[in-house]
Ligand binder design. Structure first.
Ligand code: EPU
Length: 430
């Protein structure tokens, strides 16, 4: 089992110093790749993150009849999309990547039929598909679950409709939007997610010839077109990775310059760090965070964008564990994300969870221990907590972190952190 070993003598570590360059957003790139299915021809996506999920998505597209060429050294993927697509997305690939559900909308639009394996459970909550399927049904698709697959059919083709989402789900917004671009007539999609990754997807779709109004707002109006054309599109910078570096500086102290992320995509996060005592400077394509003393605690309530992102909640909790004062952290998006609190407590954090609230009382420092990453963000947040934990911290199951953070160890080392990858004996064998 692979893990990370972080050393922090005295629990204060060394203040971080340096610059990090952030690549394209995982949660955008995978959807842009799925969107390529809408247009026969060669789509090129640049600023591609160097992560395994991209390769899994490429294999899924190949399975659907495309020919993909991923070049991680140039951060580019080229996708040749045929006139005739296959419509079966197999379990072996889908189970490894929940984002693969976003091929459902494009396949329905292009083939009138899609069979996509159910992604299955996830360590951060139940993550249903009801809003995806109800929205696609409004557009004329019938769907059922058969042998572990979502089988959806639109025998008479897709048509425009009014769809109001119960909750601004990122995945449901994307799937319905993708299907609506080629539907017959106008779709009005209300209460949609407003995450920057949705605006990025809309930007690519418009360049492909889609007609979309209301980009960035809570209501998207999509006038269906007959055909879309392939394009070249650059993935938006990864705001969650950028936010992770901001929290790294906040937890360890020091000064970090982040390039490749629009600071407006981290509005509430950077404002909170500012008010807690960090000095934040915003640039056009990045920001700097300078921290000279222990920050004051602050409360966090996760909400869809522009609210505080659930993906940064574990980092906020890790910071609260070493801040001055008490913080209330409320998780409204993924109920099981608080599994992280138990691991943080192993590092000596004073955390009490009650339902979807956690009360965190700050301590000057934590104490190094063996902990386990349950998902991408929890794993990275445990490494950052390790920067303020006296002695050695090992974070097992580092593969989770590698799914979201290209070059994580190298970037931390570049900032002055004492971290290495280590082979750990399976916990059961110790
Ligand atoms: N939900 C339903 N029914 C649906 C759809 C969603 O009940 O049909 C629920 C989910 O169970 C969850 C909530 O709605 O409780 C929000 O889910 P949403 O659909 O917004 O999230 P997602 O599309 O599954 C994406 C990101 C997540 C990120 C969330 C929220 C991808 C591949 N994943 O998930 O990213 O946390 O949006 O911003 O884009 C991560 O990167 O670590 C990660 C988990």
């Amino acid at each position: 089992m692979e893990g990370f070993l972080v050393r922090s003598p005295g629990g204060q570590g060394r203040p971080l110093r340096g610059e990090v360059r952030v690549g394209g957003a995982k949660n955008s790139a995978l959807k842009l790749m799925a969107a390529s299915l809408l247009a026969p021809g060669t789509t090129t996506i640049t600023n591609l993150p160097d992560i395994l999920d991209v390769d899994v998505m490429a294999r899924l597209l190949d399975e659907l009849g495309c020919t993909t060429r991923v070049d991680h050294t140039r951060a580019v993927v080229e996708i040749d999309v045929p006139e005739e697509l296959a419509h079966h997305a197999p379990y072996q690939l889908v189970r490894r990547l929940r984002a693969s559900i976003s091929v459902l909308g494009p396949l329905l639009a292009r083939c009138g039929r899609a069979e996509v394996a159910l992604p299955g459970g996830d360590a951060i909550g139940s993550r249903g598909l009801d809003m995806h399927l109800e929205g696609l049904e409004r557009l004329g698709a019938e769907s059922r679950i058969e042998h572990g697959y979502v089988v959806a059919e639109a025998t008479a083709g897709l048509h425009g409709a009014e769809v109001g989402l119960e909750f601004p789900s990122v995945g449901a917004t994307e799937n319905i939007l993708l299907a609506a671009t080629l539907a017959d007539g106008t779709t009005v999609l209300d209460n949609v997610a407003r995450e920057p990754e949705i605006a990025d997807l809309c930007g690519m779709l418009v360049a492909m010839g889609a007609r979309i109004d209301g980009i960035g707002s809570g209501t998207l109006r999509v006038e269906g077109v007959r055909r879309l054309s392939p394009v070249e599109h650059a993935t938006v910078g990864d705001r969650i990775v950028g936010g992770t570096w901001a929290f790294a500086a906040a937890i360890a102290g020091g000064e970090v310059e982040v390039h490749g992320v629009d600071p407006a995509h981290l509005g509430i996060v950077l404002d909170k760090l500012d008010r807690a005592g960090a000095q934040v400077t915003r640039h056009e394509h990045g920001f700097g965070v300078r921290v000279e003393r222990r920050l004051r605690s602050f409360d966090v309530v996760t909400l869809p964008f522009p609210g505080f992102p659930t993906d940064l909640q574990p980092f906020a909790m890790a910071l609260a564990a070493v801040s001055d004062g008490t913080a209330m952290v409320t998780e409204n998006v993924f109920e099981a994300r608080f599994m992280f609190a138990q691991e943080l407590a192993r590092l000596g954090a004073d955390v009490h969870v009650d339902g979807h609230h956690a009360v965190v009382r700050g301590r000057p420092r934590l104490s190094g221990a063996e902990v386990v990453a349950h998902d991408i963000r929890a794993g990275a947040a445990l490494v950052l907590a390790g920067l303020a934990a006296e002695g050695e911290t090992t974070v097992a199951d580092s593969f989770h972190v590698d799914r979201g953070y290209p070059g994580f160890v190298e970037q931390l080392t570049g900032l002055g952190v004492d971290i290495e990858r280590v082979e750990l004996a399976d916990l059961d064998d110790r």
